[in-house]
Every structure is written in structure tokens, then in C-alpha cells.
Design a protein around this ligand. Structure first.
Ligand SMILES: [Zn+2]
Length: 156
């Protein structure tokens, strides 16, 4: 296939992966609507690009955070740990106190919906912000005062 389409193996593999994500059941369709399939593949490719960009933004935030590095990193995966006490920010004393999850407006790992970003999962809570991994746009860190003031996130 790669020779006939003049594609490298890596690019052909990426296209096949996108096809599988876009239409996992396409082989069972009685007749494939190629235009619809191509449109869906392009949507999936754009979703993946947004997710990859958001991951880069999260790593930039990790590099710049004043929070406990362990807390931030584990929070990226939607879990919670105690402050480690040994990372550079803990030793520098810049890490803010842990969030009282019982008093937080959102629950870790709960599904939420945003009018612009769609649905996602709460992955991290800080005293002034919430991070959500949205299905379509990747990670977004939102200011809690704006989220609460405008009712931007609702349970999904
Ligand atoms: Zn630490």
C-alpha cells in the first residue's frame, strides 16, 4: 500500500491509525461514504493535534509550577498524593497548601461539560484553578472564579 500511495511507512501507519479511530466499524459498512470518512478522519486528526498541543502546555506548566512537582505530576494523571517535601519547590517553600477536596467545587475524576470544550474529566484541583482533560480539545486549566462566576462547568 505504501508504494502505491507513495507514502512512507510511518505516514501510512498514522493514516491507518486515524482511520481506525475515526471509523472502527467501517469494514462492516455496506457502502463506505468516502467523503464522510475523510471528513471524520480529519476531525480525529485535529482532535489529536489539539490534545498533543495541550500536553505540551501541561509540560510547560510543570516546568514553571511553584507547586510540589510530585503533586503536579500525579495530578496530571487525575490522582492525588501528599506533598513530597523533597522536590525543588517543596524545599524552596513555594508550594501552596494542599486543596481541601471536601470543600472543592468539583470532584477529581468526575465528568463535566463546558459549552465550548465539550465533555471531559476533572484531573486536577488547586485552590484557584481546575484542570480538565476534555475529550475533544485536551487539557484546559481554568480559573475557578471565572468557572464558578459564569457557571462554565456542569456535571456531565
Ligand atoms: Zn514536592
Amino acid at each position: 500500500m505504501t508504494r502505491r500511495a507513495d507514502l512512507g511507512a510511518r505516514r501510512a501507519g498514522r493514516i491507518l491509525n486515524l482511520l481506525e479511530l475515526a471509523a472502527p466499524d467501517a469494514s462492516t459498512w455496506p457502502k463506505v461514504d468516502v467523503d464522510a470518512l475523510v471528513a471524520r478522519v480529519l476531525e480525529v486528526a485535529e482532535d489529536q493535534r489539539r490534545l498533543e498541543r495541550s500536553r505540551v502546555e501541561m509540560m510547560r506548566a510543570y516546568a514553571e509550577t511553584e507547586r510540589c512537582r510530585a503533586e503536579f505530576l500525579v495530578g496530571y494523571f487525575g490522582e492525588r498524593v501528599e506533598r513530597c517535601g523533597v522536590c525543588d519547590t517543596c524545599r524552596a517553600g513555594t508550594a501552596p497548601p494542599p486543596v481541601d477536596e471536601a470543600a472543592a467545587p468539583f470532584v477529581l475524576q468526575s465528568r463535566v461539560r463546558h459549552d465550548d470544550f465539550g465533555t471531559g474529566v476533572v484531573t486536577d484541583l488547586e485552590s484557584d484553578r481546575v484542570t480538565v482533560l476534555f475529550d475533544a480539545v485536551g487539557y484546559r486549566t481554568l480559573a475557578l472564579d471565572v468557572v464558578e462566576g459564569q457557571g462554565l462547568l456542569v456535571p456531565a
